[in-house]
Design a protein around this ligand. Structure first.
Ligand code: PMT
Length: 398
């Protein structure tokens, strides 16, 4: 959760400093306040003006620049931050941190800080793997400081190997992860996402418009909040989040089997997927020729298992959250599903409303609890809605 968080970004003198303005920009777009400290060497790679512009704050670099304000700058900066992020972190800075050297503003603020520290290394492969640097990183890890990995790539020095700084997007994700309270730690979430595909022949199948975004947002946020997430997903066009276990399926029957495999061991089942209620009664192993039969004129369908209903009837202590994709009488139909499927909560979204339902990054939903209490929500990102749903699930634990 980055909204209203105070991020103190330290920039040291490596070529990867050119990415630090992008880090500032991404953090501010997610609602964080960003202040920047930079070493004198960093100024060889990026100007203070660039960082001042992208952070929308003054850039701090000199120890004795008291003209800026009356308080002791390195102490006030250290106290201000929710997290200090050093990106890029050179071998030099890592060595100074590990050995308590305070010879500039950045190292002095680090020494005075008591908040979380995230170090993002960027250096030549040989320096990264040098005994001194490895020892220094071990010292810092033992003090509870988080040091991110680097990536393998062609480096600025034309060597190929590890040492490349992570992308701004991955760094911001790591900051978000570090600032998110692990309030779901110890809980096992089983989450379904996306559509199912019901084949007619090797070429044709029935499916729906589910993109997987709602389920992926639930899985990503539950995992970030410390839960052990098993994500069962139909075929989608977006990258699923990094979770404890990812299970890819095609048909509703596949999804039914996958849920069955992990249901007994989970605390919560969230059914955000859109499994097909029906499948073609007959599957042709060869492509059905257009003029060969009237089979394509009338396709007979048969029912698929109702997964939520089955597990609603067979749960033993698990919390089951369902979704209702409706276009009319949304509360009536959602309440009927809440009862008929024996759910603990149902999230209803009007799939014909702009900004809601299938494929959108946002959703407009109402949440109905077991007692029929309904809470309506304005349009918001599926990630924000996911956290609201997870908060309600968390309340059911207690
Ligand atoms: O994936 P996105 O593009 O982000 O879209 C999100 C969404 C619109 C798919 C999601 O918000 C949503 O509404 N998911 C439920 C879709 C659906 O199948 O709704 P339903 O009213 O038909 O089903 C009710 C509940 O029963 C759902 O929890 C569903 O997962 C479950 N179900 C349905 C059919 C079936 N055979 N087995 C089930 O478990």
């Amino acid at each position: 959760m980055l909204k209203n968080k105070r991020i103190l970004l330290g920039v040291s003198g490596g070529i990867a400093a050119y990415k630090s303005p992008s880090i500032c920009s991404l953090l501010r777009k997610k609602g964080s306040e960003v202040k920047v400290m930079m070493t004198e060497n960093a100024k060889e790679f990026i100007t203070p003006l660039s960082l001042q512009t992208m952070s929308n704050n003054t850039v701090h670099s000199k120890m004795f620049n008291q003209l800026l304000n009356t308080d002791v700058e390195h102490i006030s900066l250290a106290k201000w931050a929710d997290i200090i992020v050093i990106a890029p972190a050179t071998a030099n800075i890592i060595g100074k941190f590990a050995n308590g050297i305070c010879d500039n503003l950045l190292t002095t603020v680090f020494m005075a800080s008591r908040c979380r520290v995230l170090i993002v290394p960027a250096m030549n492969t040989e320096m990264l793997n040098s005994p001194a640097n490895i020892n220094n990183m071990e010292i810092l890890k033992k003090r509870g400081i988080v040091i991110l990995d680097t990536e393998k790539d062609l480096l600025a020095c034309n060597d190929y190997g590890s040492g490349k700084m992570l992308s701004p997007e991955k760094i911001v994700d790591a900051i978000d992860d570090n600032l998110t309270e692990k309030d779901l730690a110890g809980k096992k979430f089983l989450i379904t996402a996306g559509p199912t595909v019901e084949p007619l022949d090797p070429v044709r199948f029935l499916t729906n418009h589910s993109s997987g975004k709602m389920g992926y947002a639930l899985a990503a946020n539950a995992q970030k909040r410390g839960a052990e997430v098993t994500l069962i997903t139909g075929p989608t066009n977006i990258e699923p989040p990094k979770v404890h276990r990812l299970v890819k399926i095609n048909t509703t029957q596949d999804m039914f089997g996958a849920v069955g495999k992990y249901f007994d061991d989970c605390h919560v089942l969230i059914k955000a997927a859109a499994p097909a209620d029906y499948k073609p009664k007959y599957y042709s192993k060869d492509k059905i020729k257009k003029n060969s039969s009237n089979y394509l004129d009338v396709i007979e369908l048969e029912k698929n298992p109702d997964i939520a209903k089955y597990y609603g009837k067979n749960k033993v202590g698990q919390i089951i959250v369902g979704f209702a994709a409706e276009s009319t009488n949304i509360y009536k139909y959602a309440k009927e599903k809440l009862i008929s499927k024996n759910l603990d909560m149902i999230v209803v979204n009007n799939i014909v409303k702009a900004g809601a339902g299938f494929g959108t990054d946002t959703n407009i939903a109402s949440i109905i609890d077991k007692n029929g209490e309904t809470e309506d929500f304005e349009i918001m990102s599926k990630s924000e809605l996911a956290n609201i749903i997870l908060n309600k699930v968390k309340n059911l634990f207690s």
